[in-house]
Design a protein around this ligand. Structure first.
Ligand SMILES: *Cc1c(COP(=O)(O)O)cnc(C)c1O
Length: 385
């Protein structure tokens, strides 16, 4: 699980550094330390953007990103029917209307479906890169032409890129998560990145009850212009983030190399279809997706892998948290979905996800384990033959 595998001495050293000050301050505003600020500066430099604002989770990050971009009640926000549920929760929390659309063969927003879903109420498209880039040029062109904002929830794609540009930096604002399954892990945490000062300011305000963070003013006298919440990051979390960020090149290069070895060895198999990419160079290493014949074959494949000690990642075992077609607890609050049979709204996405296997590719994976995984995939493909 990427950065979570490498939590250790360096993270502890950063926390000890925090505790080595005369006065320890675990709060990001007031009292000194400011690991959060240092983390934001280093993250912004790594991403090559002007601004980064760290918050308490990846869900908080997309919530702040959307709020910062001015998404509010009644706005329609187009996103993909295949995503972890968080961005759809965030859209809903802002009173906006989530409009999931079908995915293309790269498992990302299908530009044709995006175009079809646009109405006069559409305010933004949230692209959700799943360890690899969507068709970003096409999506950007549609958004530009229709005067809609492009936003990226790149929680799963820190370190991935599209034609040399880092994902998360292509839209007006991008967000990331540092939960246990993501590239970097801080316990809980998230961050937004943008080059747009207005979006940055408004997102930061939203994360802190609307505080406008005016230099020289005591916190109690801070003015406000919009409502917010408390989605702040603690200094302890930021300290861990600093150490994790120092490991990002290692994480990305090791997982990419491990995945390359595995893909080379299974590329020829007839019963599985590796997913195609809009830019394979830019894809991340810590996850691999392939398709098999149908749902039954996928479940059989999953069981086969389990018997050999390898779990799947999201597909198929956590599909319910990643497919709009089963979110009957959330989507029916919106008129357009109230009486709909959700499952029938995104048939292509449902069929693709249910026939897919998604695998975690660890950072720390010795050649013997890589060999056993390859063997498990080869025998699995024979078994479903
Ligand atoms: C993981 C994830 C999130 C939420 O991150 P948390 O830190 O767990 O809140 C948001 N969006 C996407 C696409 C994710 O995969």
């Amino acid at each position: 699980m990427a950065g979570a595998e490498l939590i250790g001495r360096e993270e502890l050293a950063e926390i000890q550094e925090l505790f080595s000050h005369d006065k320890v301050n675990l709060y990001r505003y007031g009292g000194g330390n400011y690991k959060a600020r240092e983390f934001e500066e280093r993250f912004a430099r790594y991403m090559g953007v002007k601004y980064a604002h760290a918050v308490s989770s990846g869900t908080a990050a997309i919530h702040c990103a959307l709020a910062g971009a001015g998404i509010g009640p009644g706005d329609e926000v187009i996103t993909t029917a295949w995503t972890f549920i968080a961005p759809v929760e965030a859209i809903s929390a802002l009173g906006a209307v989530p409009v999931p659309v079908e995915i293309d063969e790269t498992y990302h927003l299908d530009p044709l479906e995006v175009e079809k879903a646009i109405t006069p109420s559409t305010k933004a498209v949230v692209a959700i890169p799943m360890w690899a880039p969507p068709q970003m040029d096409e999506l950007a062109a549609i958004c530009e032409r229709r005067n809609i904002m492009l936003i990226e929830d790149a929680a799963q794609a820190l370190g991935a890129s599209y034609k040399g540009r880092k994902l998360g930096t292509i839209g007006r604002v991008g967000s990331f998560s540092f939960d246990a399954g993501k590239t970097l892990h801080t316990g809980e945490g998230g961050i937004i990145v943008t080059n747009d000062r207005e979006v940055y300011d408004r997102a930061a305000e939203f994360s802190d009850h609307g505080h406008m963070h005016r230099e020289g003013l005591p916190r109690g006298k801070d003015p406000r212009r919009a409502k917010g919440l408390n989605l702040r990051l603690s200094e302890v979390t930021a300290a861990i983030g600093l150490a994790q960020l120092g490991k990002i090149d290692l994480i990305l290069s090791r997982t990419k190399e491990n995945k390359r070895k595995i893909k080379e060895a299974i590329r020829h198999l007839g019963n599985i279809t590796l997913r195609p990419f809009s830019d394979e160079e830019g894809s991340q290493g810590d996850t691999m997706i392939f398709r098999v014949r149908d749902r039954e074959a996928a479940l059989q494949f999953e069981a086969h892998l389990m018997e050999r000690g390898f779990g799947t990642k999201i597909l198929p075992e956590a599909l319910d948290w990643h497919f709009a077609g089963v979110w009957n607890h959330l989507l029916p609050e919106f008129d357009r979905y109230r009486d709909a049979d959700l499952e029938t709204l995104w048939p292509r996405t449902g069929a693709m996800l249910r026939s897919s296997i998604c695998l975690n590719i660890p950072v720390l994976m010795d050649d013997a384990t890589i060999g056993r995984l390859i063997e498990a995939i080869i025998t699995g493909s024979e078994r479903i033959g």
